[in-house]
Design a protein. Structure first.
Length: 297
């Protein structure tokens, strides 16, 4: 199954006294690049998420975002930090004593004044045991990744259709090139025979061995049979890749290089306007195909 590296999924959930919102999205990349933005006060969560994503994904630049908030109906949203409060009270006594020694009268501090001091009142969510929350989040993460995989598979199915169509174009152009090369071969043979006859008539003696070597070299330089055969083989290989399970994007990347190499050689050997045009059309379709396979996982 062809899978795209482009995908998106979002999900909301709640449990263990909290509510949360997920957001995961990806674009194409040479390897697997995971970027996670999750609350650092939930012990061990990022490591667990990263491990699950590495098992589920092969390639792509993937970003995961998680926002967590305590439910308004949850227990113990705020509490006094009893470790900090004695220190604050001691400091307050020292200030009052110093003020009295200087003849300065201070107003009576209220509970609200103390609670407004930094560190006295804290959110209990960042100091509670987060084991239950972490378990709830990991349970909710599985359906999120399932939705994400479904979208990437749907994108991949559409991508597969586009790639299959472009491979059909390459196969059709290769067949046209073979027909054109066959017609060109007869014309080249006749032209070469005519030129050879003129040479034989204009000189007294010819080194037959050297002449044979030169004719063989010309024939090799002009023959595009191997290039066209390899193009056909590359089309077959690409069609097989479309049906393979697992990530095949890297194999497609390599195959695109081979496609373009044969098309370039065909153009350099063409020596006919019709065959050159076919070679240029091949290069255009191959370049379009290369853009598409860059999104295959």
């Amino acid at each position: 199954m062809t899978v795209s590296m482009t995908g998106f999924a979002a999900r909301k959930g709640q449990g263990a006294g909290y509510s949360w919102a997920w957001d995961v999205r990806s674009v194409n990349g040479k390897g697997l690049d995971l970027r996670l933005r999750v609350p650092d006060w939930i012990d061990g969560l990022e490591a667990l998420l990263r491990a699950e994503m590495q098992k589920a994904l092969g390639r792509g630049n993937v970003s995961l975002s998680l926002k967590v908030a305590r439910d308004e109906t949850g227990e113990g949203g705020l509490r006094v930090n009893m470790a900090v409060l004695p220190t604050v009270l001691t400091a307050l006594q020292e200030i009052e004593a110093a003020a009295m020694a200087s003849g300065v009268t201070l107003g009576q501090a209220t509970a609200a004044d103390l609670l407004s001091l930094r560190g006295v009142l804290e959110t209990s969510s960042q100091s509670d045991d987060t084991t239950a929350l972490r378990a709830a989040l990991m349970q909710d993460f599985a359906p999120l990744m399932a939705d994400f995989a479904t979208m990437r598979a749907a994108e991949g199915a559409a991508l597969k259709g586009v790639i299959a169509g472009q491979l059909d174009q390459i196969a059709s152009l290769t067949a046209d090139a073979k027909a054109q090369a066959g017609a060109r071969r007869e014309e080249a043979r006749a032209s070469l025979a005519e030129a050879l006859a003129r040479v034989m008539d204009s000189i007294d003696s010819v080194d037959e061995t050297r002449l044979t070597q030169e004719l063989a070299l010309i024939a090799v330089k002009n023959d595009v049979t191997e290039e066209l055969d390899r193009l056909g083989a590359h089309v077959d290989a690409a069609r097989l890749l479309l049906g393979e399970p697992g990530p095949v994007g890297r194999k497609f990347d390599f195959l695109m290089q081979e496609f373009m190499r044969e098309a370039n050689t065909l153009c350099s050997k063409a020596q006919s306007l019709a065959l050159t045009r076919i070679g240029l059309d091949l290069k255009t379709v191959i370049d379009q195909l290369r853009e598409q396979v860059q999104n295959v996982e």
